[in-house]
Design a protein around this ligand. Structure first.
Ligand SMILES: [Zn+2]
Length: 319
């Protein structure tokens, strides 16, 4: 299988291929792991490999060409837009999967963000999983396993995905994206083992914005206008990226205030900013808890602007 563009996950890929090569590939797999670490990418690669007529997965066979164009009748992919997956979509999937595949001997169905299946949809899917057809392979992808009904989960073979090792991400950023060693180290530290997160911070503009945010909260020229600007910006998109960064930033403050060791700091390029503020470790911990609480509120229908403005004011305190 062609997995050249994927970094890490050798163990997970080996596990799947062993099922395949020994003829024990289950009819439903559940890919579980933190967001943005490559679960969906591997699911798509697996689908391409299984449907490929030459068992290569990225050649020019009819099957590969059709997948490339998003027009393969035996490859269904639903979910992934952050929206609930309702009964209508699943009913359609269930109907389709009752029929034999059109072009190949097998059909692959990927359900991304499977935790967003409504209860009704999950129950409909369960019926299909309980009466599996030998030509169907379902791959459910999720970062929140617990949100999927146990009845559905128990019908799938779980493949747990671990975060990617930071060293691998760092080398990837240097080799494939031309980052210098120092920036690659900072970015990989911010990634939490997710390539998506790493690529977000590798972007020049985002990387700069992160520094400005740190200055706004911890620098000497803190201002209410800046706080409002960042609250608006963060609330528009990529909220989670910024909140995870803030956890890292205050984690650094904590580590540096306790150990005074620069080598333990993740945001090494922000050390001068970190040094400008002195805070009691207990206060820093309270701030980290506040960020984590804000992160957990994101799944509810809250006014994000107000949420972030309150958070940033609390983090900056003293404005
Ligand atoms: Zn092919």
């Amino acid at each position: 299988m062609e997995f050249a563009e994927i970094i890490g996950h050798e163990k997970e890929i080996r596990m799947i291929m062993e099922y395949f090569h020994t003829g024990r590939l289950p009819h439903a797999l559940l890919f579980v792991g933190p967001p943005g670490i490559g679960k969906k990418t591997i699911a798509i690669k697996l689908a391409r490999y299984l449907l490929c007529r030459k068992k290569i997965g990225n050649d020019n066979c009819l099957s590969c060409k059709k997948i490339e164009k998003g027009a393969h009748p035996d490859f269904l992919m639903i979910g992934g837009g952050g929206e609930a997956l309702g009964i209508e979509t699943i009913r359609w999937v269930c109907q389709e999967t009752q029929r034999s595949p059109y072009l190949e001997s097998r059909r692959v169905v990927i359900i991304d963000e499977a935790h967003l299946l409504t209860l009704e949809a999950a129950n409909a899917l369960l019926k299909t999983l309980e009466e599996p057809k030998e030509y169907n392979l379902f791959i459910l992808v999720t970062s929140e396993e617990g949100e999927i009904p146990l009845t559905v989960r128990s019908r799938c073979v779980k493949i747990p995905f671990s975060p990617i090792k930071l060293e691998l991400i760092k080398n990837y950023l240097i080799e494939k994206h031309g980052l210098d060693e120092n920036k690659a180290e900072v970015v990989s530290n911010l990634s939490f083992g997710s390539l998506n997160v790493a690529l977000f911070w590798a972007n020049k503009e985002n990387f700069l914005m992160r520094k400005k945010l740190a200055e706004c909260l911890l620098g000497t020229k803190r201002s209410a206008v800046e706080i409002t600007f960042f609250s608006e910006k963060i609330s528009r998109n990529e909220s989670e990226m910024y909140l995870y960064f803030l956890i890292c930033l205050f984690r650094d403050m904590f580590v540096y205030s306790v150990t005074k060791e620069m080598s333990r700091v993740y945001n090494k390029d922000l050390l001068n900013i970190l040094r400008q503020r002195v805070m009691e470790p207990t206060l820093i911990r309270e701030k980290i808890e506040l960020i984590i609480k804000t992160l957990s509120l994101l799944k509810y229908n809250v006014n994000r602007w107000t949420l972030f403005e309150n958070l940033l004011i609390s983090l900056a305190d003293g404005i």
